[in-house]
Design a protein around this ligand. Sequence first.
Ligand code: 3HC
Length: 288
Amino acid sequence: MHEVKTLGVLGCGLMGSGIAQVAAQAGYRTIVLEVDQALLDDGLGRIEQFLSKGVARGKVTEDAKAATIANITGTTRYEDLKACDLVVEAIVENLDAKKDAYRHVEAVVRADAILASNTSSLCITELAASTTRPDRFAGLHFFNPVPLMKLVEVIRALTTSDETHRRLMAFAQALGKDPIVAPDRPGFIVNRLLVPYLLDAVRAYEHGLGSLEDIDKGMKLGCGHPMGPFTLLDFVGIDTTYYIANIMHDEFREPAYAPPPLLKRMLLAGRVGRKKGRGFYDYEGVKG
Ligand code: 3HC
């Protein structure tokens, strides 16, 4: 196996662009793939914007910004991933779409290249088994916003080799992250604890525990959380939380993971959070 020098990232959405950015900032030659040029331009624009804000805040130098951007190549062609030692997939949470993407990647990369998925909900062992390299496959779960959150969960499939696991832990550290080892169970470690907490906040609100603002303020000021549960739900996305909760509920069959009725209705009403301008709170006119 080659040391990781060139990284491929599948998907330049919120997570993919963040992963590409931190890898390029850490000096990796990074090739990021999107399905079309418009989505690619959006994702690369997001990286540029984040770095520019970093410069404005005095957190990033102009030179570091230029070096980061120079390390990133955007593409819509799988052939351009040929030289990648590691490919991190961060596309839609759809098993068939992921399997299809892996087929395309495996047609071009070396046999010893490692594949990793940033999935937050799908079974890593099932994803690994869909490839021709189940020993060189694992989960690499980043947190939003990727450039600011220190954590990466490294998830071993039943088939992941010790060497692959070692390399991914080292890769996460080289990105400046602080990785933890998480099991291939729905929610891994963080969402296993976070999602029931968020669902519980919605249930408590439905039962009249307090206003959205007071519950948020309670958890922020009383527990030192950076965001209260409703601000965090809007930030993560009602759709994403609902989806993960259902997968956890299907697997564990425990009421703690059952999405409360209000969450489903918000999803049906299109109030999925910040990204759509409305969730528990209204973000019309709020940028980002
Ligand atoms: N470039 C460089 N640094 C930047 C920056 C930029 N563009 N933007 C912000 N920063 C730095 C700031 O300078 C600041 O640094 P400092 O602490 O040294 O002063 C730090 O980042 C925090 O920035 P802000 O003060 O602007 O913002 P906040 O203090 O409000 O923090 C936040 C923002 C980090 C998003 C914080 O609110 C937070 O941690 N929220 C919770 C996020 C969370 O829980 N994420 C996980 C969601 S779950 C998930 O992703 C899993 C999935 O599977 C669902």
